[in-house]
Design a protein around this ligand. Structure first.
Ligand code: PEP
Ligand code: MG
Length: 743
């Protein structure tokens, strides 16, 4: 039966013709006089699309509103309904055009896909009869095949099919926080593992059962391993949770149902999906928290089983439409880079903060980002049209024509603003009272380096070398690394580039680097700590930098330095590496300068000693801030609570600036605050003259600098520093607005 259906599906006929043939086959197979398929249209109306047995005139005419009739009831509950006397059911709604009077018994099952009801399949018999459990399950299996046909969008367009109905069809304006400015119009894509089922109908049931068994044992082994690693302390709750999880994984009923589905003729993965969807609908009405928890176990186990069955495919990112707006709860930087980044127009995060690495990568890509919109994933649907206003932290789902027009006006205004910034490109960043400032760019990809020209940045103050590492699945060779650095220097055309040596760890994970297992990875074995413990890795990167830097100025710096002694060890290692390179015949750079990043607060108490050793300093204000306030840079609840514009943080920065000036070495700020006009004003007031930021911020910072009266802002900031004992961003911003320093 399933094979015949597959032949119909594979035929050249139109979708409607295939559906017409399918209802005939089902009626015959189920020994029913009637088989009809209703499909959901926009507004949740269910329309008769094909029938065997009812009057053909009713096709595309008979419709049920949500909840109306037996068909509406099935769609609402997402559960099968079997009745020996349909007309006795209170929900029965008589439709004369169908000519269904003579049929007594009724069996309907929902057509499910991704947890949505796309339609309903009904079979009817003249005689009063009871449909058996087997018959119901058989019809459910057939319906899976139908779901494939429906989901192609050839019968009802995908826009209509996957719309969530009235309440979710309305425009929704959601407010979050600005992470990266800019405007975008595009199509929603939900960031989720992709489960791609290649075929529903099995060639050979025994083979599928074997595959299923293999996957189940693989899954059991994985869970046993998790348990082995779990603490043995009986007071530990995580162990109980895992034990309960293992019990669920061994649940005979659950496994039996999947095997049963396989025996009915579908592939192992289709069987897992079917049972997962069934379980989902059965639990949908349950409110008991314990049972809800078990449901999430079943969901998780089904997904685990699918990973074993379909392998790595499940983690392949979705194909993106041209202007994709990605939606995620949270995301690692590598996950973002897994996508075709040229197609990403915007990013919306349920959590997410400005200093998290995914935000930094998105900023480098010049993608507008809005963060901290609670519950957005429940409201957005894939393929929804979306507007992202990164500058105001606003996202509009399914905008109306008016909103869209208005937004397009905003986009035009923003493009004009950009071109005003562009017009400043060749003018100096100089305050109204004549102080010159160097504006530099942060980069990590070759694409960013291209923006040097268009922004007029004076150089690259921070090249995050770990980003190219994150884009790969294996360690890049010395040659590969050298090629990248060489291109960066070529594109910079003599402007200075500061290469920061590998800073992995924390939320910057490399797929090929085993997790160190630290409880607090941001404060664990990372960055220069790794470099010092694995000199071979360090030397390889250094060699690549030396190869690229032959005959040119080369600036390198070390991340997460925690003491001067550590800096000196790293510098010695670098100098040894450089000597080795020379011995190998690699021409030396014209100048090699070696700097330290100041990100660990302990350095503040020996900053003069460090400044005497280093060729330059660069302040990683993101990490410095996170460690000074003991506030995770990625924790959404903490960002408004602390901030760089506080007396304590500014005092720390000032101390750094003074030490650098006394040692007569350059100091640059390269954390996110350098690219924020209000924060940057404070940095200038503290005496910093070198700011390095994402390319998209340069125009705004230059415009701010050129309107700034440094004297005036400095005295106001001094006043705030001595009178306010917490964050004073709002007050500084208001002052800057009033004085026309920012717009
Ligand atoms: C910082 O910590 O401020 C910094 C520039 O480095 P990263 O953001 O890459 O950690
Ligand atoms: Mg850092």
């Amino acid at each position: 039966m399933l094979k015949r259906l597959r032949d119909v599906m594979a035929s050249e006929a139109s979708a409607q013709q295939r559906l017409d043939r399918t209802v005939k086959i089902i009626a015959l197979d189920m020994v029913a006089e009637v088989c009809s398929v209703y499909l959901r249209r926009a507004g949740q109306v269910l329309e008769l699309f094909a029938t065997e047995g009812l009057r053909p005139e009713a096709v595309h005419v008979t419709r049920f509103q949500p909840g109306q009739g037996l068909v509406g009831e099935i769609a609402d509950t997402a559960r099968p309904l079997a009745l020996s006397d349909a007309q006795d059911h209170p929900k029965f709604a008589y439709r004369p055009e169908t000519g269904e009077d003579p049929y007594q018994s009724f069996l309907g099952v929902p057509i499910l896909r991704d947890g949505r009801v796309l339609g309903v399949v009904v079979v009817q018999n003249r005689t009063r009869r009871r449909y058996t459990e087997e018959e119901i399950e058989h019809l459910e299996t057939i319906t899976m095949v139908l779901a494939e046909l429906v989901a192609t969008g050839d019968l009802v367009g995908r826009d209509e099919l996957f719309s969530r109905g009235e309440q979710f069809a309305m425009p929704a304006r959601l407010e979050g926080t600005r992470i990266n400015g800019g405007l975008a119009v595009g199509t929603a894509v939900l960031h989720a593992p992709q489960i791609e089922i290649k075929s529903v109908i099995a060639e050979d049931a025994d083979r599928e059962l074997d595959r299923l068994e293999g996957a189940i044992s693989g899954m059991h082994r994985q869970i046993d391993l998790m348990l082995e690693k779990a603490p043995t302390d009986s007071a530990d709750e995580s162990r109980d949770v895992l034990e309960a999880y293992r019990m669920v994984a061994n649940d005979r009923g659950w496994i039996g149902r999947i095997q049963e589905a396989v025996r009915s003729g579908v592939t192992a993965e289709a069987a897992v999906l079917r049972v997962r969807d069934d379980t989902r609908t059965k639990f949908a009405q349950v409110h008991d928290p314990y049972l809800k928890e078990r449901l999430s176990d079943f969901e998780d186990l089904a997904n685990r089983l699918l990973t074993h069955l379909v392998g790595a495919d499940m983690h392949r990112p979705a194909e993106l439409p041209d202007r994709a707006i990605l939606f995620a709860k949270q995301m690692g930087p590598a996950e973002l880079l897994d996508y075709d980044v040229t197609k990403i127009a915007g990013l919306v995060l349920e959590e997410g903060t400005s200093a998290s690495h995914v935000s930094i990568v998105a900023r480098a890509l010049d993608v507008p980002v809005v963060g901290r919109i609670a519950g957005v994933l429940k409201q957005v649907d894939r393929d929804d049209p979306v507007l992202v206003d990164g500058s105001n932290g606003v996202v509009v789902l399914r905008p109306s024509e008016d909103i869209l027009d208005n937004f397009e006006d905003m986009m035009r205004a923003s493009a004009e603003k950009r071109s005003r910034f562009m017009a400043l490109r060749d003018l100096p960043a100089e305050t109204v009272d004549g102080t010159r400032v160097a504006l530099l760019m942060n980069a990590g990809m070759l694409a960013d380096v291209d923006r040097l020209e268009e922004t007029g940045a004076e150089g690259i103050g921070l090249f995050r070398t770990e980003i190219p590492f994150m884009l790969r699945s294996t360690w890049p060779s010395v040659e590969d690394q050298a090629q990248i650095y060489d291109k960066v220097l070529d594109k910079a055309k003599g402007r200075p580039v500061v290469f920061r040596m590998l800073d992995v760890g924390g939320d910057k994970r490399l797929p090929y680097l085993p997790d160190a297992g630290d409880e607090n990875p941001a404060m664990g074995w990372r960055a220069i700590r790794m470099g010092l413990d694995r000199p071979a890795l360090f030397f390889k990167q250094l060699k690549a930098l030396m190869v690229a830097g032959q005959g040119r100025d080369l600036h390198i710096m070390f991340p997460m330095i925690a003491s001067t002694e550590e800096f000196k060890r790293a510098r010695d290692l670098a100098e040894r590496g450089a000597a080795r390179c020379r011995a190998e015949g690699i021409a030396p750079p014209t100048r090699l300068s070696i700097g330290a990043m100041v990100e660990v607060p302990a350095l503040l108490w020996e900053i003069d000693v460090l400044a005497a050793e280093a060729d330059f300093l660069s302040v990683g204000s993101n990490d410095l801030q996170q460690f000074m306030f003991a506030a995770d840079r990625g924790a959404p609840g903490l960002i408004n609570r602390y901030g760089p514009l506080t007396p304590a943080f500014l005092a720390a920065l000032e101390r750094l600036r003074v030490a650098a000036d006394e040692a007569d070495i350059p100091v640059t700020i390269c954390g996110e605050m350098a690219g924020d006009p209000v924060d940057a004003m404070a940095l200038l007031a503290l005496g910093f003259r070198r700011l390095s930021m994402s390319s998209g911020s340069i125009g705004a910072i230059k415009a701010m600098t050129r309107t700034l009266d440094l004297q005036e802002i400095s005295s106001y900031i001094s006043y705030l520093r001595s009178h306010v004992h917490g964050p004073f961003r709002a007050r500084l911003k208001a002052f800057a607005w009033d004085h026309g320093f920012i717009t």
